[in-house]
Design a protein around this ligand. Structure first.
Ligand SMILES: C[S@@+](CC[C@H](N)C(=O)[O-])C[C@H]1O[C@@H](n2cnc3c(N)ncnc32)[C@H](O)[C@@H]1O
Length: 273
């Protein structure tokens, strides 16, 4: 499977958080999955692909709206969680595939639409990821890929970073990186380089449901892969003390006991010729 300097390009951190990812994703990802289906409304006769599906927020939403969904991820633990969700909801038109989004195990011209929400953005070879989406789409099929926008457009990311800094002042600050899909110009160039036509990059800001500081930190620290990577660098005792400092910081910063956060994503939409 893929390797890269970005630890989130490997499956380990995603396996690490899979058990708790769903609860965090229900809070953060659901508004964006709904938005994706507004941009590309589902069609009852469609066969669709969800690449880097995670625990399947979008997969489960689409299952009720389309003919069938193929959901692929390289984290076995994310896929186990998805399988449990499908069983619980008695959803039967989803096929789960373990695999790498840069090398899709599907024939050319298979799907009506293809999605990768906050997944392809981590691939070491993104152009290969876009090309694979293009290859498996039927002619005229649409792809939607999403990526987070930079920190300055996200009070969610700012709050998370400030919380970490309150306990670990030397922790590296998230830095803007114009060589990633957080740069909308590059996003368009990469989709076009893979062959997509009529590419549009939508900027989408979503207000997240209000949350208490304690619940915010529970979701981010137990279900967020970047925080999980930070946690494994510390002993349990050190992490307890870091947690305490962070909770103290959050409760004094948000003394109303409510956090109203928003975050911004780019959605790249393109059509196969
Ligand atoms: C932030 S989660 C997004 C999950 C889901 N799409 C959502 O919106 O909640 C990123 C997902 O990408 C998956 N992923 C990252 N690189 C991958 C790759 N090369 N092939 C397949 N899945 C990958 C991870 O395992 C993880 O489930």
């Amino acid at each position: 499977m893929s390797t890269s300097n970005n630890p989130l390009s490997n499956s380990e951190p995603w396996n690490l958080v899979a058990e708790n990812y769903g609860e965090m994703a229900d809070w953060v990802m659901t508004p964006f999955a709904k938005k994706a289906l507004e941009i590309l409304p589902a069609d009852k006769s469609s066969s669709v692909l969800d690449v880097a599906c995670g625990t399947g927020i979008l997969t489960c939403m689409m299952a009720n709206l389309v003919n069938n969904v193929h959901a692929l991820d390289f984290s076995t633990d994310m896929l186990s969680d998805l399988r449990a969700r499908l069983n619980k909801r008695e959803i039967q038109n989803v096929e789960i595939t373990y695999g790498d989004g840069q090398n899709l195990p599907f024939k050319d011209n298979t799907f009506n639409d293809a999605f990768s929400l906050f997944g392809l953005m981590f691939f070491p070879d993104r152009i290969k990821g876009f090309k694979e989406l293009y290859r498996v789409l039927k002619p005229n099929g649409l792809a939607i890929v999403s990526s987070w926008a930079p920190l300055e457009k996200s009070t969610l990311m700012q709050a998370t970073s400030a919380a970490v800094k309150a306990a670990l002042p030397d922790a590296p600050s998230p830095r803007a990186n114009s060589g990633t899909l957080e740069n909308p110009e590059l996003f368009k160039i990469e989709m076009e380089a893979a062959g997509f036509q009529s590419v549009i990059i939508h900027e989408v800001t979503m207000d997240l449901p209000e949350i208490t500081p304690n619940m915010f930190w529970k979701l981010m620290s137990e279900g967020g892969a970047p925080i999980a990577l930070l946690k494994i660098k510390h002993s349990p005792e050190e992490w307890n003390s870091i947690n305490e400092k962070i909770i103290q910081h959050l409760n004094s910063t948000y003394s109303s006991n409510t956090m109203k956060l928003a975050t911004t994503a780019y959605f790249g939409v393109g059509r196969k010729k």
